[in-house]
Design a protein around this ligand. Sequence first.
Ligand SMILES: [Fe+2]
Ligand SMILES: [Fe+2]
Length: 211
Amino acid sequence: MSGKILQVIHRFLKKKASARGFEYFSEDLVSPVQDLMLEHGVLRRILLIYRHFIKTLSRGDTSNLPLLQRAAQMVNFFIENYHEKIEEMYLFPVFKKKGLEKSLIDELENEHELGRGMTQEILSQLSLSEPDIKWIISRLTKYVDFYEKHSAEEDTIIFPQFQDLISRPAYENLGKLMETSEDFLFGKDGVESMLLEVSSIEKELGLKDHG
Ligand SMILES: [Fe+2]
Ligand SMILES: [Fe+2]
């Protein structure tokens, strides 16, 4: 029954959209917001890896530090140098131009900078022959706390508004730009290769017994 109702709603919205001159649902379009939320999902999995290290390092187990290094490198090149750049170049300016969420946008931008600094510090500490484990635990804890808040605010305040603030063609162009950039930066499998990397770290840590 609910399937039939959904079909009726779908047909109604499609008709309404085509009257307004755009496609209601394009099969091959990956929406930028969907993409950004998937990237937050990857990040949340990395934060779980960080949490795992907070626990194991706290009980003195330093055997898997190279895997922590791989996770932090992923944060650096996938989240900080790609995902956050997209937000800074294409999302935040739209809010700024319209004078919306001013203090939140300033805060999110500052947090990007703060996070990049923290990741660099974590990576340099991990490259030492005798890293300061106590310091790493406190940095990871700080990073997890602040990034959970950061991504939750983007998921619930920024992303839902963004789609309505720009035209449909501009939104679709951003989707294409993101897809092309992902293929260029991460290889032909795009974000899929990032998912494989996070899965491989989880597997090696014994956090995952499937996939
Ligand atoms: Fe962000
Ligand atoms: Fe984000």
